[in-house]
Design a protein around this ligand. Structure first.
Ligand code: ADP
Ligand code: ADP
Ligand code: ZN
Length: 217
């Protein structure tokens, strides 16, 4: 492996992928590639399958053909990266393997009740995308981003009904990906992290997992 790690962050909606992904990218000086962020920034993009918005508002996955092509483009010039939100099913995992594979897969493990509390209290900066939580990770001033002063907003798909669909999609489509990397991908370092710890403790575990691989190479 080069010094720049190729990392996949897996975890259910609300597990902390975005929060940890941004920190990790800073720490290792690689790009944070979050497919959800890309779709939110390109929600109206016309494709032969419709727009990403139509899928996101239902809490369903955007078709593989659309996602895979976007990921291919984003990763093409990069040496290392932190992938957040991809792969989300086995077909996407196979596609990523064809693109050259991954070094470390970190699974952030969080129980369902906690996921629901996290998603319903999540707020996102409309300017820079930084994530907060009204109780667990509040900004200094309510509704205002600490980093850039932007307005904090709630994502439409964090409404309770849509959360339910997203958790269902995760269970059906993405859990098999967790099992695949854990059991059937010997070339990958698979590390399960207790995602219910404090933000800093989760980060310490995630960072250590990536550090080990970088040092061994
Ligand atoms: P994901 O990208 O996996 O959907 P986020 O990183 O957006 O998850 O986190 C979901 C919500 O939970 C956010 O409001 C975030 O501030 C909060 N959160 C993230 N990590 C923790 C943690 N370790 N403890 C408590 N709340 C957390
Ligand atoms: P979460 O907080 O649920 O992990 P994301 O920001 O990663 O949310 O994703 C938001 C939405 O974007 C998903 O519900 C889905 O509609 C779409 N999306 C993101 N990544 C993918 C992917 N790899 N495959 C298909 N759809 C995706
Ligand atoms: Zn901001």
């Amino acid at each position: 492996m080069s010094e720049n790690p190729r990392v996949v962050l897996l975890g259910a909606p609300g597990a902390g992928k975005g929060t940890q992904g941004r920190r990790l990218a800073d720490a290792f000086d690689v790009d944070h590639v979050a497919t959800g962020d890309i779709f939110r920034a390109n929600a109206d993009m016309e494709t032969e399958y419709g727009t990403p918005q139509e899928y996101m508002e239902r809490g369903e996955l955007v078709p593989d053909e659309v996602v895979n092509e976007i990921v291919r483009e984003y990763l093409s010039d990069l040496d290392g990266w932190i992938l957040d939100g991809y792969p989300r099913n086995l077909a996407q995992a196979e596609y990523l393997a064809d693109l050259g594979g991954v070094d470390v897969v970190v699974h952030l493990d969080v129980a369902r009740e906690e996921l629901i509390d996290r998603l319903t209290g999540r707020r996102e900066c409309s300017e820079c995308g930084e994530t907060y939580h009204v109780d667990f990770n509040p900004p200094a001033e309510a509704g205002v981003c600490d980093d850039c002063g932007g307005d904090l907003v709630q994502r439409d798909d964090d409404a309770p009904e849509t959360v339910e669909t997203r958790l269902e999609e995760y269970h059906e489509q993405t859990e098999p990906v967790v099992h695949f990397y854990r059991d059937d991908a010997p070339e990958v370092d698979f590390v399960a992290v207790d995602g219910e710890q404090s933000l800093d403790d989760v980060f310490a575990d995630v960072r250590a997992a990536v550090e080990r691989r970088v040092e061994d190479s």
